[in-house]
Design a protein around this ligand. Structure first.
Ligand code: ADP
Ligand code: MG
Length: 354
């Protein structure tokens, strides 16, 4: 572990032949950022596993497509669903396959930065680094996702100014206050997009005796889900299976009903933000007041969540530009800055291998 940069000629040489890859290992989506190209892979964090042989068959989009169309011995799994690595081997295989896909033939030296949920343990961290090394990375770093998200959202993380980032993903919501290139305070809860989908499905079952699948629940959330009254409320028709007759049936739901149905998980997210603010040193909290709370991740796209957070915290709230890509962009930007910024270098060296 060193603090100084390698000599200029080494840096020049490496730069000519280096491929820098940033990976956002999300609970719902994995994104790969390749320096010079931008985001080249954006696929669900899903693996298809042969249950009998215990072998991973394929990952990402292809694995998700296999769902429901394959013999019963093949199942699709989200190994990071709850923000912790539920199955080591599957997660590692997923990383290996994505890195392999992202690498192009000409590079001699590959550097990888992986953004991982902040709930991941030390052992899991090491395993991720190992997986990168085995996929041919010469140097690998892991970084906590809120930090990468903050960088990707363009927050001034190196300044002695408090910045707050709220990253609402599929399995986890991570709230962090960052200052001087460090996470001052953070909180991670297992309430995010998946829980909101579950709340919608539970409501439809209760109110209409109708069973809807995960995908339909998610589509409903994206189409008419909201956290705050809308200027123009909406309706949508949903198809499901009647719990009594067992036959397909369709219903109409309104955005008001869905808002009510998801209010519990939404309020848990709001509560996590409030608790983080309360635990933040007053000067830094005041900075957040000036600069606003930045929300990122797919959950930031829920209509009116920014307005609800503003109302509940009394702070300005900003939706990050391209919230689904913040972490991937952040990992890529870190790789670009590693030679220029001692703070970024130190941050990465803290957890590196290679
Ligand atoms: P992760 O980082 O955990 O992989 P993402 O940041 O990729 O998660 O966000 C995925 C979550 O965002 C999913 O729960 C998905 O349903 C939700 N999402 C994506 N787009 C929207 C949208 N337009 N409105 C509401 N939720 C959305
Ligand atoms: Mg994420």
């Amino acid at each position: 572990m060193t603090d100084s940069a390698p000599p200029p000629w080494v840096r020049w040489f490496r730069k000519q032949f280096t491929q820098n890859i940033g990976i956002d290992l999300g609970t719902a989506n994995t994104l790969v950022y390749v320096a010079g190209k931008g985001i080249t892979i954006r696929e669900p964090s899903v693996v298809a596993v042969d249950k009998d042989k215990g072998k991973v068959l394929t990952v990402g989009e292809e694995a998700k497509r296999m769902l429901g169309r394959t013999p019963a011995n093949i199942i699709a799994i989200r190994p990071l669903r709850d923000g912790v690595i539920a199955d080591f081997d599957q997660t590692l295989e997923m990383i290996r396959q994505f890195v392999k896909k992202a690498k192009s033939g000409v590079s001699l030296y590959t550097t990888v930065v992986v953004g991982i949920p902040s709930g991941v343990t030390e052992v899991e961290r090491d395993a991720v680094l190992d997986a990168c090394a085995k996929s041919g990375a010469n140097k690998a770093y892991v970084i906590e996702e809120p930090m990468a998200a903050a960088i990707g959202a363009g927050l001034p993380i190196e300044e002695p100014i408090g910045s707050m980032i709220v990253d609402i993903g599929g399995g986890t919501t991570e709230v962090a206050v960052i200052s001087l290139a460090g996470i001052v305070h953070s909180r991670s809860i297992r309430t995010a997009g998946d829980e909101i989908d579950d709340a919608i499905a539970a409501y439809i079952r209760r109110a209409y005796n109708l069973f809807i699948g995960e995908r339909t629940a998610e589509q409903t959330k994206m189409a008419i889900g909201s956290a705050y009254p809308l200027e123009q409320e909406m309706t949508m028709s949903l198809k499901g299976r009647d719990l009594v007759s067992g036959l397909p049936r369709s219903i109409e739901v309104t955005s008001e009903e869905i808002r009510e149905a998801i209010s519990e998980p939404i309020m848990e997210i709001v509560e996590a933000v409030k608790l983080t603010l309360e635990a933040t040193p007053p000067e830094l909290a005041a900075d957040c007041m000036n600069n606003g709370i930045v929300i990122a991740g797919g959950g930031a796209l829920i209509r009116g969540l920014d307005l609800l957070l503003e109302e509940q915290t009394g702070m300005p709230v900003v939706i990050a530009r391209d919230p689904l890509s913040c972490v991937a962009i952040g990992t890529g930007r870190m790789l670009d800055m590693i030679n220029e910024s001692p703070a970024i270098r130190r941050m990465l060296e803290k957890a590196s291998r290679g």
